[in-house]
Ligand binder design. Structure first.
Ligand SMILES: [Zn+2]
Length: 79
């Protein structure tokens, strides 16, 4: 017998907003965690860095609230 363990599907415990920022150098839409203050993002394609327009933190918190921090959108088949 192998020691393979059955791992049941894992439920999310939280969530973050991912925002797409178009890289000004190569044009790729770079997925980045929503920055709530001005910061630098780096392109995962051309590796260059560029400044980001921040996302309003109240909006981020609101979206997390209405989605119950990731619990609300769980597929009903797994609830
Ligand atoms: Zn780029």
């Amino acid at each position: 017998m192998s020691e393979k363990k059955f791992v049941s599907p894992v439920k999310p415990v939280g969530m973050e907003l991912v925002i797409l920022y178009p890289c000004p150098y190569c044009g790729r839409n770079v997925p980045l965690l929503a920055p709530v203050e001005p910061s630098m993002g780096s392109c995962d394609m051309c590796k260059k860095q560029f400044p980001l327009v921040p996302i309003d933190n109240t909006t981020v918190q609101y979206i997390k609230l209405i989605l119950h921090n990731g619990q609300a959108p769980i597929d009903p088949g797994y609830a």
